[in-house]
Design a protein around this ligand. Structure first.
Ligand SMILES: C[S@@+](CC[C@H](N)C(=O)[O-])C[C@H]1O[C@@H](n2cnc3c(N)ncnc32)[C@H](O)[C@@H]1O
Length: 250
């Protein structure tokens, strides 16, 4: 049983359109470059692979990519792009599901680890990543830094998109580290569609502790896929943890 929201058929069918800016070459190419370099000659495993936004171009670079994904409708969308032979996927929970084989790279893109909404499950996700890695292999996450610094006293929402087609804002509960992203999208027929997704936010330091619990060691932290240095003003991070060469099975 997972705490994650389940992405249904409707959300899956609209995903590539509503996330179009995340498919833009200037967003995707640096991510694929970064991950291809870390995978090297070895296979890669994407947790929460979705419709294959990252996995499909990574596989096109010659990296053997597998996935774990909770939502069958998201996998159905992926299957419109690549076959199960090209990019095999286990439908299951990234905190617990097992894929056969060992990987030089396990990664979770675009804040998806936050879809696990308990600390226990997030810890288990790190442990599951470590379990799938060869010694010397790497676990990479792309995650925002919680936008709490933007909250003046008394304000309960932080906008992240304000255009004539899309208004999006996050609300946070500082006690439980739970958050919700709210989206109001104007449709072509003039009506507005509301959607929300829930997450548990984590700071980089909490990620490091989860990695340590999984026997992983921090190797690199940058602000984005283009490897901009990570500073106290960074709003996101790409973190790379390594499974030590001398680690025994976890
Ligand atoms: C924002 S989308 C990201 C998809 C893809 N990684 C990308 O970058 O486009 C989040 C994905 O996480 C999946 N997901 C949520 N909870 C999950 C879980 N516990 N295990 C595996 N996948 C999960 C959702 O079904 C959805 O496909």
């Amino acid at each position: 049983m997972t705490s994650s929201d389940l992405w249904d058929e409707d959300a899956a069918a609209r995903y590539d359109t509503t996330s179009a800016e995340m498919f833009a070459p200037h967003v995707l190419d640096p991510a694929v470059d970064f991950l291809a370099r870390l995978a090297g000659a070895g296979p890669a495993l994407e947790f929460a692979i979705g419709t294959g936004r990252v996995a499909v171009p990574l596989a096109a670079r010659g990296v053997r990519v597998s996935g774990i994904e909770l939502s069958q409708p998201m996998v159905d969308q992926l299957r419109r792009k690549v076959s199960a032979e090209e990019v095999p996927v286990v439908v299951g929970d990234m905190a617990t599901a097992t894929v056969s084989g060992e990987f030089s790279l396990v990664y979770v893109a675009w804040n998806s680890i936050g879809n696990l909404r308990t600390q226990d499950e997030q810890v288990r996700c790190f442990q599951n990543a470590a379990r799938h890695l060869v010694p010397g292999g790497r676990f990479v996450i792309e995650l925002w830094v919680p936008g709490i610094r933007r909250f003046p006293p008394g304000q309960s929402a932080v906008p992240f998109a304000v255009t004539d087609r899309h208004v999006g804002f996050d609300t946070y509960d500082m006690v439980t580290q739970q958050g919700t992203s709210h989206h109001y999208r104007r449709l072509d027929d003039g009506t507005t569609r509301y959607g929300a997704s829930n997450f548990r936010y984590i700071w980089p330091a909490e990620c490091d502790l989860m990695a340590r619990l999984a026997g992983l060691v921090l190797e690199q932290r940058v602000a984005d896929w283009a490897q901009t240095p990570f500073t106290s003003d960074s709003e996101s991070h790409i973190s790379v943890w390594r499974k030590p060469m001398d680690s025994v099975g976890s």
